[in-house]
Design a protein around this ligand. Structure first.
Ligand code: PAY
Ligand code: ZN
Length: 260
């Protein structure tokens, strides 16, 4: 009986800050951890979630890029990797996953902001997270990745216009999640498959996780819709995190009830 308590729990994987300039994303991961720690034991949903599942949080996926946006170029998007022979730095860590890699909506030009990298998982950040998810794929039941901006809840696919095998379930789940989000401040989100909802883009993390077998795989594009864009004012950090938390908790509750 005691051994059972050491069996690894099912899990949700959450990452923020794949793109350097999307500052609201790391803020959300930090908010999530704060909420988890401060409401466990008082909020019944958080308590039940953390009793039943683990949540792996990667607060700043693209740490070198994030640092660079603070010190040199606020609008930097990519990693900061270098390769001899090219004077251009970095690859797009959301074009570097092995999912239709570099076939559409990505560039093979190292100087482009959507450079797919010299090979899939060439970026050490992508390689390490992919290794972690592969190693734990039997327990990771949901993959959530936080970006900004556009106010979208995206699900596979982005590398093709074909619909995911679980398309209708993902559609209804996202309508619940966006309703939960809207309930707090009225912020309106659109949801749908990446390719048709924002643009086709191969090599993204959500498509890769989905094809690996993580059925509940979502990309959040947080506030706003373009007025401030990546430069979301400080006054919007807290409300954005609060409303996003409702969508994440909706998804977590759904996953808990629909373990596979
Ligand atoms: O799933 O289709 C997808 C990927 C969508 C994001 C991407 O390009 O990787 C969308 C953009 C992002 O968050 O990086 C949206 C922002 C506004 C941008 O830079 O275009
Ligand atoms: Zn992004």
């Amino acid at each position: 009986k005691h051994l059972l308590t050491f069996v690894t729990k099912n899990a949700i994987f959450l990452d923020c800050g794949i793109h350097a300039r999307e500052w609201i994303a790391p803020a959300f991961c930090q908010w999530f951890v704060k909420e988890a720690l401060s409401t466990y034991g008082s909020d019944s949903q958080m308590t039940s979630l953390l009793d039943q599942m683990d949540v792996y949080v990667l607060p700043v996926f693209n740490i070198d890029g994030y640092d660079y946006t603070h010190k040199s170029n606020r609008m930097w998007r990519k990693t900061r990797s270098r390769k001899s022979g090219s004077s251009c730095i970095g690859a797009d860590p959301n074009r570097n996953w092995n999912a239709g890699w570099c076939t559409i909506g990505a560039s093979s030009n190292p100087c482009s902001d959507t450079f797919c990298g010299y090979s899939p998982e060439s970026e050490i950040e992508v390689k390490n997270v992919a290794d972690f998810i592969r190693r734990n794929k039997s327990i990771i039941k949901a993959y959530l990745t936080i970006h900004s901006y556009s106010q979208l809840l995206l699900f596979p696919y982005s590398y093709t216009f074909q619909l995911a095998a679980h398309h209708s379930e993902l559609v209804s789940m996202m309508s619940g999640a966006s309703a939960a989000l809207r309930s707090l401040y009225g912020t309106s989100y659109t949801s749908g498959p990446g390719a048709a909802t924002i643009y086709p883009a191969a090599g993204g993390s959500d498509d890769w996780a989905y094809d690996l077998g993580v059925k509940y795989s979502y990309t959040f594009e947080l506030r706003d819709t373009g007025r401030y864009g990546f430069l979301l004012p400080e006054s919007q950090i807290k409300p954005t995190c609060e409303e996003t938390m409702l969508a994440v908790k909706y998804i977590a509750a759904y996953v808990q009830k629909n373990l596979y």
